[in-house]
Design a binder for this molecule. Sequence first.
Ligand code: PRP
Length: 179
Amino acid sequence: MPAEKTVFSSQQIATRVAELAHRINGDYAGRKLLVVGVLTGAFIFTADLVRALDLDLAVDFIQVSSYGRGTSSSGEITLGKDLDYEICNREVLLVEDIIDTGRTLTWLRHHLFARRPASFKVCALLDKRERREVEVEIDYAGFRVERGFLVGYGLDYAGRYRQRPEILELVRTTRQTQE
Ligand code: PRP
């Protein structure tokens, strides 16, 4: 088992979510919003964020997968679940747990832009720079992190850790590194 190191505590996350929500509340004041969470990783962040938003909003989810992904991404993206709502002429805020290579967000932007939303912005809790392949614009970024394999608060490793309230880095022990 890899060792766990807390990167952001649940209190730090709650504080940052409240700050992001405050900005979003200001930017979208008096407007209707469609919040789109990206499954599965963003389910917890989306739930916390929308509860901090004081706006006229609806929530939808989209699910995409990157083929052959273990702890790294191979790049081919497939759509699992599409949106339930029409987004033409709607203000869309896409909510991601993490932007890593940037490939998923680039794919989603193309996929959703084709439907002509009135506006399209991105809120991502984690902006991880280490493996960025495509430059992407993140309108509301929670934390910028340089590196590390992060889990918890929705993020998984082989399906585990999603329910943990904090964000953890999984660190290989010396013995595991040698194996
Ligand atoms: C994660 C995350 C993003 C994507 C970002 O999802 O939720 O959608 O990776 O990575 P990228 O910038 O390298 O494309 P993942 O594919 O791990 O699926 P999950 O949300 O079901 O855990």
